[in-house]
Design a protein around this ligand. Structure first.
Ligand SMILES: C[S@@+](CC[C@H](N)C(=O)[O-])C[C@H]1O[C@@H](n2cnc3c(N)ncnc32)[C@H](O)[C@@H]1O
Length: 242
């Protein structure tokens, strides 16, 4: 296992700006995310040869989070082609620890073959089924020993009902210091009458996060992960605080 803990933070020497023009950043970031999404630019990236459906900014932020938490396991619901799994596995390989568990309701054969024969496959476990089903939950639980530090990434069905159910079912995997990442909270800003995201009006991951946090005081939004202003996951990083 590689040990990065001796590396002192150089943050105090880095010349960031305290007086940022937040309004400009929010407006131009919002415009860019809308254009990016309408043109499906978040479908253009491969990570180590495998398509990953994320923005570059969100991938960089996930890298920071994984380095910070150094998790034993990452659970990702919603695999698609597998690029997210390979991305997390590549960072775990560099850190010298950790396994990624990917859950998808349908793992297509061409995707499965690429993931299972990828050089990082020893760090990836696949589970096929509905992420909220009893069988899948039991299967995932069996794979994770108690006291493991876990990050759970929710990127499957993006309706409020499904995401809320995932938040309720998967919270017990996360210890204090661990995180939920609720992807695509931005859909609530993009959804409008007549557009491609219409079905998500008041029915998106953002509404699921709001309802979950109203009842659940063990998690809070880690606003530091909003720092790039271009993200499909604004207010989507939920830290377990107790
Ligand atoms: C946005 S894609 C995932 C993208 C992937 N995380 C990445 O980084 O490239 C959504 C995936 O969720 C899966 N999915 C949809 N409903 C699901 C459910 N109820 N349980 C598990 N997976 C589901 C779909 O089959 C699809 O592959």
């Amino acid at each position: 296992m590689s040990d990065y803990r001796h590396i002192p933070s150089l943050r105090k020497y880095v010349q960031t700006r305290a007086d940022k023009n937040i309004r400009e950043l929010e407006e131009s970031g919002g415009r860019w995310i809308k254009a990016l999404s309408e043109n499906r630019l978040n479908y253009e990236i491969d990570w180590l040869g495998v398509p990953v459906i994320q923005t570059p900014e969100d991938l960089v932020l996930m890298q920071e989070l994984i380095f910070k938490v150094q998790p034993d396991f990452i659970i990702e619901t919603g695999i698609a082609h597998g690029g997210g799994l390979v991305f997390y596995a590549s960072l775990m390989e560099l850190l010298g620890k950790g396994t990624v568990i990917g859950v998808d309701i349908e793992i297509r054969q061409h995707n499965r073959e690429v993931i299972e024969t990828h050089p990082l496959s020893s760090r990836i476990v696949l589970v096929e089924g509905d992420s909220t089903s009893k069988e899948v939950l039991q299967d995932v639980r069996r794979k994770i020993p108690g006291r493991s530090q876990v990050i759970v990434c929710l990127d499957s069905n993006h309706t409020k009902y499904h995401v809320l159910k995932e938040l309720e079912l998967y919270q017990s995997f996360i210890m204090p210091g661990g995180y939920f990442i609720v992807f695509d909270t931005v859909i609530s800003r993009l959804a409008g009458p007549g557009n491609a995201e219409e079905k998500y009006i008041n029915n998106s991951p953002k509404e699921a996060v709001d309802e979950f946090l109203q009842k659940n005081k063990s998690f809070e939004i880690d606003k530091s992960f909003n720092k790039l202003f271009v993200s499909c996951t604004p207010d989507g990083y939920l830290k377990r605080i107790r």
